[in-house]
Design a protein around this ligand. Sequence first.
Ligand SMILES: [Zn+2]
Ligand SMILES: [Zn+2]
Length: 144
Amino acid sequence: MDANEQFTDSIDALRKTGVRITPQRKAVLKYMIETEEHPTADDIFKALSSEYPNMSVATIYNNLKLFKDTGLVKELTYGDSSSRFDFITDTHYHIICSNCGKITDFHYPGLEEVEQLAGSVTEYDVSHHRLEIYGLCPECREEI
Ligand SMILES: [Zn+2]
Ligand SMILES: [Zn+2]
């Protein structure tokens, strides 16, 4: 699915919830689809405020919460104290810089096996798992 399809599908999903589709809402959604980063509400504000002077950090945060409730983005609560957001695409894992809090995606298949094993040895009904790797990002490594 390309970015345009993701955008159209997401707008459809939002319409179904009955919310108004405002230009600001569209801009935040588009930004989330296109970014490779895992931005905070502040990051998005910095990127969009010149184009949308009426936009506030609170507006962005409310939109992100709405997208989260609609199942379009995930809120990431690790790394540093401020929430970062990730548009939900395929399953991927995160490596987090313990110095600057940057989050980078990586793909690693096969952890479903761990879920199955955990379920069968404990008789839990497994719902999901979390895996985070921590370290220093390339930029921070250079500074040290
Ligand atoms: Zn770093
Ligand atoms: Zn991610």
